[in-house]
Design a protein around this ligand. Structure first.
Ligand code: C5P
Length: 218
């Protein structure tokens, strides 16, 4: 098929990013990290000295921002006003503020519009986030909801970022709570998504399973 959209949603630390990039690579597809977009807006908010809780000012920063996001699964490319921010957006300051910024409806509206444009211009694309199946690409060919136990998620994240496991667990719990209780497009499993609990699975196993699923859809 000339076009195939694969939506991968799930909470932080479920393995979404690694799995999505690997799956895109295996399929020769593009890859869109929507979390990186919300993180980039958050980076701009903090740079402008705007309070992340001040929704009106946050919306204004988002509207005026020149955001560039790459879709190559091998090369992370995120730029704000021509400044590369790939590293900074993974830092503790952005991570602490991103849930507040992504809860602002005007920010979501702008990002969802951009995401739909990128998806429309791509042929095959793996898109990861929280609201992809429900909001961004409801007509995706395959919708997957990745989960893992809170323990497993905290262990993976702390290994990836070299942070303390307990602090990481607390941060994940806080973000999950904020992301799933916000009014605008909360994290939620779509009824038509395939749920995959990766607690006891290795990356290769998850990717192989998803490739099989894709094969049944196209
Ligand atoms: O996936 P990642 O952890 O990088 O996402 C960072 C934050 O961006 C999430 O905690 C969530 O607040 C927000 N997000 C979102 N909708 C998406 C992707 C991410 O609200 N589609």
């Amino acid at each position: 098929a000339g076009r195939c959209v694969i939506a991968l949603d799930g909470p932080s630390g479920s393995g979404k990013s690694t799995v999505s990039r690997r799956l895109a690579d295996a399929l020769g597809a593009r890859y869109l990290d929507t979390g990186a977009m919300y993180r980039a807006v958050t980076w701009a908010v903090l740079r402008s000295d705007v309070d992340p809780q001040d929704a009106d000012s946050v919306a204004k920063v988002a509207a005026e921002l020149d955001l560039e996001i790459g879709t190559d699964p091998h090369v992370a490319r995120v730029r704000v006003d021509d400044t590369p921010v790939e590293t900074d957006i993974r830092g503790p300051e952005v991570t602490a503020a991103v849930s507040a910024v992504s809860a602002v409806p005007a920010v979501r509206k702008l990002m969802v519009a951009r995401q739909r444009e990128i998806i429309a211009a791509a042929g095959w694309i793996v898109v990861e986030g929280r609201d992809i199946a429900a909001v961004v690409a409801p007509d995706a060919e395959l919708k997957v909801y990745l989960t893992a136990s809170a323990d497993a998620r905290a262990r993976r994240r702390s290994a990836e970022y070299a942070t303390d496991v307990d602090a990481t667990a607390a941060d994940l719990a806080r973000r999950d709570r904020l992301d799933s209780t916000r009014a605008a497009d909360p994290l939620r499993q779509s009824v038509d998504a395939v749920e995959l609990d990766t607690t006891e699975m290795g990356i290769d196993e998850v990717v192989a399973y998803l490739r099989q699923l894709v094969a049944t859809k196209v």
